[in-house]
Design a protein around this ligand. Structure first.
Ligand code: 7TS
Length: 405
């Protein structure tokens, strides 16, 4: 069955609008994806028909909201093949999930322990670990990458030792699109009994992940990059590891019993879910997963690869254009610069033509430092983009180049 992108586009109301007088071409999907009507409707439905707080009311509305919210947790569990639904902790997003783990390990690490991150992390997968190192005296080590934007695995082998306690790596780089060999990274870390957290923010809407098969210890992602709403995401952790971590925040819903002498904490997942969560967001996240699954992540992946190959080939025909992130295994993200032109200027001109791209360092300054550039223009595609949009983009880039050279 062929991939019917025109039919899919009708699911996304925003794709019908114009920007600066031109039909919107949305190539900033790595920042956040657009939302299908069915996801938007689920939020309206919750607030219109069964809005109430969850896990606490005996009344019908609260029961209904709790059931739908907990169903969403199960959908996440099944989508990623986690063993138990209580291993899925609702968070406000990737950043929150990383901080839960980082803050928890501040009680478990000691001076001289080592933490490994990769050279291509988003700031949210660097800064919390630096803070953790400052607090504990642990040492941060970095897996370097090569000129293609691919991790040098032999260097990873050299960094691993009995001192290594934690390894943090993104599944897919937001600035380069590189898909990292996380299965191999996890297997090697486990030989030293180190635990691995994978930042899946850029992976989940493009490639499938099977947590039990990967044997990953922690995995985090954000719903808003997967056709879901902002302000919600999840932290997956193996039960025993989550049980060993102290709670992140204290408050309602995360306790078993509170007295002024001592408080005991709730079981998973509630131990990490203090306070009223983003209920409509969690529910809509579940709907977004259903939507993606109805199309199929593998079908999405192969269509996006076609877009990637098409756009890469066309862009490389432009003289003076250099792409950063040229490894074989990558998602549909193209970061590039044109000789002598600042990325911001290109972004501004194409925006005037209705085309949304991101420019700058993409919250990955170490990558920019590695390539000795201030930033890039980043076009990131989704399964609702088309080759015609790419053609328009190429024309806009050529125009920008002419105006700016
Ligand atoms: N990790 C990666 C790999 C990311 O790409 C991002 C967001 C985050 C973590 C943080 O996610 P959040 O939902 O908690 O904010 N990346 C981007 C981006 O590339 N452009 O805008 C946000």
């Amino acid at each position: 069955m062929s991939f019917d992108v025109q039919k899919i586009r009708l699911d996304f109301p925003i794709l019908q609008r114009k920007v600066n007088g031109y039909p919107l071409v949305y190539f900033d999907n790595a920042a956040t994806s657009q939302k299908p009507q069915i996801v938007i409707d689920s939020i309206v439905d919750y607030y219109s028909n069964y809005n109430s707080n969850i896990h606490r009311g005996v009344h019908a509305l609260s029961q209904e909201a709790t059931d739908v919210y907990e169903l969403a947790r199960k959908k996440i569990q099944h989508h990623f093949n986690a063993k138990h639904s209580h291993e899925i902790i609702f968070t406000s997003g990737t950043t929150h999930g990383i901080n839960i783990v980082a803050s928890g390990y501040s009680k478990l690490l000691k001076k001289g322990d080592e933490i490994i991150v990769s050279a291509m992390e988003h700031h949210s997968n660097i800064v919390p670990w630096q803070m953790l190192c400052e607090e504990t005296g642990a040492v941060l080590k970095v897996i370097p990458m090569n000129e293609e934007g691919v991790l040098i695995m032999s260097e990873y082998d050299n960094l691993l030792s009995s001192k290594t306690k934690l390894v943090f790596v993104n599944h897919v780089s937001n600035a380069l699109g590189t898909i990292n060999p996380i299965k191999e990274i996890i297997e090697k870390a486990h030989q030293y009994d180190a635990k691995v957290l994978v930042d899946g923010a850029q992976a989940c809407s493009h490639i499938s992940s099977n947590f039990q098969d990967l044997d990953v210890d922690f995995y985090v992602a954000s719903a808003h990059k997967m056709c879901g709403p902002t302000g919600v995401g999840f932290l997956y952790g193996k039960s025993d590891l989550l049980n060993d971590l102290p709670p992140y925040q204290g408050g309602g819903e995360m306790i078993k019993e509170v007295t002024f002498k001592k408080t005991t904490y709730a079981d998973l997942p509630h131990k990490f879910e203090a306070g009223t969560p983003n209920i409509s967001g969690g529910i809509a996240f579940g709907v977004a997963l259903d939507y993606l699954n109805a199309i199929g992540i593998d079908a999405i992946n192969s269509f996006e690869n076609e877009l990637l190959d098409y756009a890469t080939q066309k862009l490389l025909e432009i003289e003076g254009l250099k792409i950063y992130g040229t490894g074989k295994n990558k998602t549909a993200v193209i970061s590039f610069n044109i000789d002598g032109i600042h990325p911001y200027d290109i972004g501004t001109i194409v925006d005037k033509l209705g085309i949304a791209v991101r420019t700058g360092h993409h919250c990955a300054q170490p990558i920019m430092e590695f390539f000795k550039i201030p930033g890039t223009v980043r076009a990131s595609f989704a399964f609702y983009n088309t080759k015609t949009e790419i053609d328009n983009f190429i024309e806009a880039i050529k125009k920008a180049k002419m105006m700016l050279s």
